[in-house]
Design a protein around this ligand. Structure first.
Ligand code: NAP
Length: 261
């Protein structure tokens, strides 16, 4: 009896995004720059959004085929224009990385209502709105992947880094993710959160060199260090691509075990 050959296995090809279009918000610094480079490296055309257009244009030069769109995510009209320009240029959107976010260290006694409202507008309302705007063409196409960059601070308290507005907003992102996943799963759209621990960026400032910050990280993370620049790449691609095709409504913690304790 002839023994048939097993089908070839090529799991790495599942992570590719050839021919797909991905929007990355907050692509002017920190994690967003890396996310844009990584998505481009696996074949996606990338739309770069943030307020600092000079930075987006410099990144667009480096990533052929990408589009820079100056966007203030606190403004409804800018959010609408971002998606409209994406559809005008590419005719589709396959991946939305809602990465932009804000937060400041402030004790609850000193936090202002405006500070709280602004964080909710950029960190939550803009994610809700861009998901809605991209969800319409994704539903029409019957496919799409939305990745909401939350935080381990959407799962646990942040103190002694005091930032109630930030924790509230990130917790909201985690549960918004679950609800959108439940609403859109049958329409072919996956919605997941990526929840990092400490990574170097403008937001974390000099944490990587400041001695007391380093002690704080070492004392609290199971892997006693901040994440390295490339240590979100795999999680991002897993959620974005067919490799994560059976994942939705999940918040993937990449936090060196901070929340494991
Ligand atoms: P970052 O370097 O400060 O980057 C924040 C990005 O958001 C910038 O590109 C900024 O661009 C953009 N942004 C802020 N306000 C905006 C607005 N109104 N409109 C448009 N874009 C705006 O910080 P990051 O660490 O890379 O943060 C990226 C995401 O990761 C955030 O959601 C953050 O909460 C999350 N996160 C980070 C860490 C970490 O340790 N780094 C940990 C957990 C979660 P412009 O200023 O040019 O507009």
């Amino acid at each position: 009896m002839a023994v048939s050959e097993p089908p070839p296995i090529d799991p790495l090809s599942m992570f590719r995004l050839d021919g797909q279009v991905a929007i990355v918000t907050g692509a002017s610094s920190g994690l967003g720059v890396r996310f844009a480079r990584v998505l481009h490296a696996v074949g996606a055309q990338v739309v770069l959004a943030a307020r600092r257009l000079d930075r987006l244009e410099a990144l667009a030069e480096e990533l052929p085929g990408s589009l820079a769109v100056a966007t203030d995510l606190s403004l409804e009209a800018d959010r609408e224009r971002l998606v409209a320009e994406t559809l005008d240029r590419f005719g589709r959107v396959d991946v939305l990385v809602n990465n932009a976010g804000v937060g400041q260290q402030t004790s609850m006694e000193n936090e202002t209502v405006d500070q709280f409202r602004f964080a909710m507008e950029v960190n939550v309302t803009a994610i809700w709105h861009l998901s809605k705007l991209c969800g319409v063409p994704m539903v029409a196409a019957g496919s799409g992947s939305i990745i909401n960059v939350a935080s381990m601070m959407g799962h646990v308290a942040s103190t002694p880094v005091k930032q109630a507005h930030y924790c509230a907003s990130k917790g909201a992102v985690v549960n918004l993710t679950r609800e959108l996943a439940a609403q859109w799963g049958r329409k072919g759209i996956r919605v997941n959160a990526l929840s990092p621990g400490w990574f170097k960026s403008e937001m974390t400032g000099d944490m990587d060199t400041d001695e007391s910050s380093q002690q704080f990280v070492k004392a609290n993370a199971a892997l006693p260090r901040m994440g390295a620049d490339d240590e979100l790449d795999g999680a991002l691609l897993l959620l974005a691509s067919r490799a994560g095709g059976y994942m939705t409504g999940h918040s993937l913690l990449v936090d060196g075990g901070w929340t494991a304790r």
